[in-house]
Design a protein around this ligand. Structure first.
Ligand SMILES: [Zn+2]
Ligand SMILES: [Zn+2]
Length: 379
């Protein structure tokens, strides 16, 4: 059974997602008093769990940075970003009146993720930020990433015992992994410090990991980024987080993508947008103009009498659609350039042309923006 709880932190404290720091603080105080193990001797286990949960939620939501990460990425955003969500130990001081000098609080919360004293523990999740070029995001890519993390020691397979030597039942806890203390009205269960909850101790320590069972290592992981990803796309690579404790399952690796802007294309989902300037005469007479596609140059025929702000769609010339399959479209916004710096001859020709053109100069309809126009045309 995994002790890892994934209840929403706002739910845990019964506050809204827009709660102010004061509201969060007062909600936590309420929860902490309600679930104080001291006050719930008859359901100590459950109370401890609730208490720990509330304290963890408060640790995250009371910290501006952690709260922002949590809002954005959920539990994965705070579980192990350069440390772990764990419990912010300044809480013990901030809520002195609640905690008092209650023996064993640090043990209830443990050092780290605060997921209690179950003997098997799921490993921590890891986060890896990855920057992609616009083209890489469009095409997808297969690459290797290097992640520094704790891995199980190969030589002892995580047991910490020198290969060939066994382990023996821990004498301190008699193999239970936990110690019970009676303190006033309530008893405290704490992880056995001699075996760290494993219930076993090793006689001869593994020389490779000096008995820790794990080693700091840079793992190389193959990742396949599918075509069509966007900034903030989050990919989970199951089981590539840190190993669990005492045979628990490993955590997951989250790859959070950031895609660089393109100097020419703007992207909305799988569709691409760009603006192409054409000359006054091309617009008037019609022309076939080159349009740089993302990978191949396209040709676009614009009809005679094309106005500035006209939008043409090149079907299927956008990006692969990450969700629905198929491809987006490429929208080309035409901008007609008024000729400037005319030669004497050009000026004469234009004047001659001008005499044959009749335009009544009256106010035109309000010029809607590019994207509003898009909606009108294709919406
Ligand atoms: Zn080892
Ligand atoms: Zn022990």
């Amino acid at each position: 059974m995994s002790a890892r709880s994934q209840r929403d932190y706002y739910d845990v404290l019964s506050v809204s997602r827009t709660a102010t720091p004061e509201e969060i603080k007062s909600a936590y105080r309420k929860a902490a008093l309600k679930w104080h193990p001291d006050r719930n001797p008859s359901q100590k286990e459950a109370a401890e769990t609730r208490f720990r949960e509330a304290t963890e939620a408060y640790s995250v939501l009371s910290d501006q940075q952690k709260r922002a990460a949590y809002d954005r990425y959920g539990h994965a955003g705070v579980s192990r970003v350069g440390g772990d969500a764990g419990i912010n130990h300044s809480i013990f001081e901030e809520f002195q009146d609640i905690f008092g000098d209650f023996f064993g609080f640090e043990e209830i919360f443990g050092r780290g993720a605060g997921h209690g004293r179950s003997r098997t523990q799921r490993g921590a999740d890891l986060r890896y930020d990855m920057r992609l070029t616009f083209e890489e995001a469009a095409m997808g890519l297969t690459t290797k990433i290097r992640i520094p993390r704790q891995d199980l020691c190969d030589s002892c397979h995580g047991t910490g015992a020198k290969p060939g030597t066994g382990s023996t039942t821990c004498e301190t806890c008699k193999g239970r992994g936990q110690l019970h203390y009676q303190q006033g009205f309530f008893s405290i269960t704490r992880t056995c410090p001699a075996c760290q909850g494993a219930g076993q101790t090793v006689r001869d320590k593994c020389p490779e990991c000096r008995g820790h069972g794990r080693v700091e290592r840079t793992a190389t992981i193959d990742v396949r980024i599918p075509p069509g990803v966007e900034s903030q796309t989050r990919m989970r690579v199951a089981g590539e987080g840190e190993p669990g404790a005492n045979g628990g399952p490993p955590g997951d690796l989250y790859i959070v993508l950031e895609v660089k802007d393109h100097p020419f294309f703007e992207r909305r989902g799988a569709d691409l947008y760009c603006t192409i300037p054409v000359s006054f005469t091309q617009a008037a007479l019609g022309a076939e103009i080159p349009v740089p596609g993302l990978f191949l140059e396209e040709r676009l025929a614009i009809p005679e009498g094309t106005q500035t702000g006209s939008i043409f769609r090149l079907k299927g010339r956008g990006l692969p659609d990450l969700h629905g399959g198929g491809k987006g479209d490429l929208y080309v916004n035409i901008r007609v350039l008024t000729p400037a710096k005319l030669t004497r001859e050009q000026r004469r020709l234009l004047q001659q042309l001008g005499e044959t053109l009749q335009v009544e100069n009256r106010p035109a309809e309000r010029n809607s923006s590019f994207f509003e126009k898009m909606k009108d045309i294709f919406g």
